[in-house]
Design a protein around this ligand. Structure first.
Ligand code: MLT
Length: 428
């Protein structure tokens, strides 16, 4: 029997259907709320509001569960690869050997970008933040593939846009970095796997031989898997709502990149390292800053701790913490910043103040540490997040399009001036 929810307002009773998902989450379907009662709901930040139904990612903040298409993040991080997880998220099932080989071949075939993109890149000053360069180059794909402006084209043509995005994102990401460094860009090496190709484009210099460290490539692959999707987070919701206007997939992904850029979202891993560097510059006394974090009159906030959705721990943080320890040990990294991070981590995990407030290290705390150990510069951390999140954005955009979802257009409660007459300038 289907459930329902009742609402009483001004002596009138209203009843709305309740829908329940495959993991027994329930929502009141308020599609007829305004028409039947004149009421709307108000929920700044949408913490209590579902924007859609989705079959892609399930997370349970209380239990610390994260699954992509039903598969546990722990299993995927241990046993899968980023490209295989990308296939899973976008097409809904783990690929067969033949499907995976075809997918991988398709992507390899599209890693090159039009030479004219370099002219766009050269227009950016070296101090341009790589996220702005990345979102611009992704949006520029609409100019090089104008057929993509119509997202209602055939499934094959939409899929080609998807392949192009996954294939070219590493090229664009590394080119944004090379522009910042004043180094010549590198072209893809299609003999390498996805992460090794990224690392070579990122760090190779014309004057020197470059060999990809398999430890670094493996750690990067795991990091990208952990960031691949996270249901209706800020940037994914941005991709869906921009896509709901039937803007091209490139414009939708570019919008998602810009939403991820903010320090409250994807920029958090960059803010973690900047916080650690500030603590080091101020003498490296982690306890001083832990006390500042506890002082409600002190504006200092610990970055990389706690999460809006996970109430006890971020399952990705558990996996990434182990990867960080492994990478630092294998690479023999000895960095005072990382020592400060360890002190903060130990305190947050043992100090009742942080435990009571669920301020535990999250995925951004550890991802910044690993990226730093891998030699990735701080302002490229959010670009790395975008590289990982790309298949999730694509999967969510594809699902929204295939479900024929309407354009996103939230309502509001007006609190401004009531009707009033225009006053001419000489009477103000
Ligand atoms: C994410 O992975 O997108 C972040 O944890 C933020 C979120 O889910 O709200």
């Amino acid at each position: 029997m289907s459930e329902s929810a009742k609402l009483s307002f001004k002596g009138q009773d209203y009843e709305f259907p309740v829908i329940t998902g495959t993991e027994n989450e329930s929502a009141i379907d308020i599609a007829k709320l305004r028409a039947s009662s004149g009421l709307i709901t108000l929920d700044p930040g949408y913490k209590n509001t579902g924007a859609t139904t989705s079959a892609i990612t399930f997370l349970d903040g209380e239990e610390g569960i994260l699954r992509y298409r039903g598969y546990r993040i722990e299993d995927l991080a241990e046993k899968s690869t980023f490209l295989e997880v990308s296939y899973l998220l976008i097409y809904g099932e783990l690929p067969s050997q033949a499907e995976y080989e075809n997918f991988s071949k398709e992507i390899t075939h599209h890693t090159l970008v039009h030479e004219d993109i370099k002219k766009i890149l050269e227009g950016f000053p070296s101090n341009a933040h790589p996220m702005g360069v990345l979102s611009s180059m992704i949006c520029a794909l609409t100019a090089f593939y104008p057929e993509s402006l119509n997202p209602n084209r055939s499934e094959e043509e939409v899929n080609l846009s998807i392949i192009r995005l996954i294939a070219k994102m590493p090229t664009f990401a590394t080119w944004a970095y090379k522009n910042e460094m004043g180094h010549p860009v590198n072209y893809p090496d299609n003999s390498l796997d996805y992460c090794s190709n990224f690392l070579k484009m990122m760090f190779a210099l014309p004057a020197e031989k470059f060999d990809v460290d398999p430890v670094v490539a493996s750690a990067l692959d795991k990091l990208l898997i952990l960031h691949a999707d996270h249901e209706q987070n800020c940037s994914t919701s941005t991709v869906r709502i921009v896509g709901s206007s039937q803007a091209s997939i490139y414009a939708s992904i570019s919008a998602g990149i810009n939403a991820l850029w903010g320090p409250l979202h994807g920029g958090a891993n960059q803010s973690v390292i900047e916080m650690l560097e500030a603590i080091k510059a101020d003498g490296g006394d982690a306890k001083k800053y832990l006390d500042k974090a506890k002082d409600k009159n002190d504006p200092f906030r610990l970055m990389g701790f706690g999460h809006r959705v996970y109430k006890n721990f971020d399952p990705r943080a558990k996996i990434i913490k182990k990867a960080a320890d492994d990478v630092l040990e294998k690479l023999g990294v000895n960095d005072p910043i990382l020592d400060i991070a360890k002190e903060l981590e130990q305190a947050a995990l043992s100090d009742q103040y942080f435990i009571d407030r669920q301020l535990y290290p999250n995925v951004d705390f550890y991802s910044g540490i690993i990226y730093r150990a891998l030699g990735i510069p701080t302002d490229m951390f959010t670009v790395m997040f975008a590289l990982g999140r790309l298949p999730g954005w694509i999967a969510q955009w594809k699902e929204m399009r295939e479900n024929g979802e309407p354009i996103g257009r939230p309502r509001q409660i007006y609190t401004g001036a009531n009707e009033r007459d225009y006053v001419s300038m000489n009477r103000r």
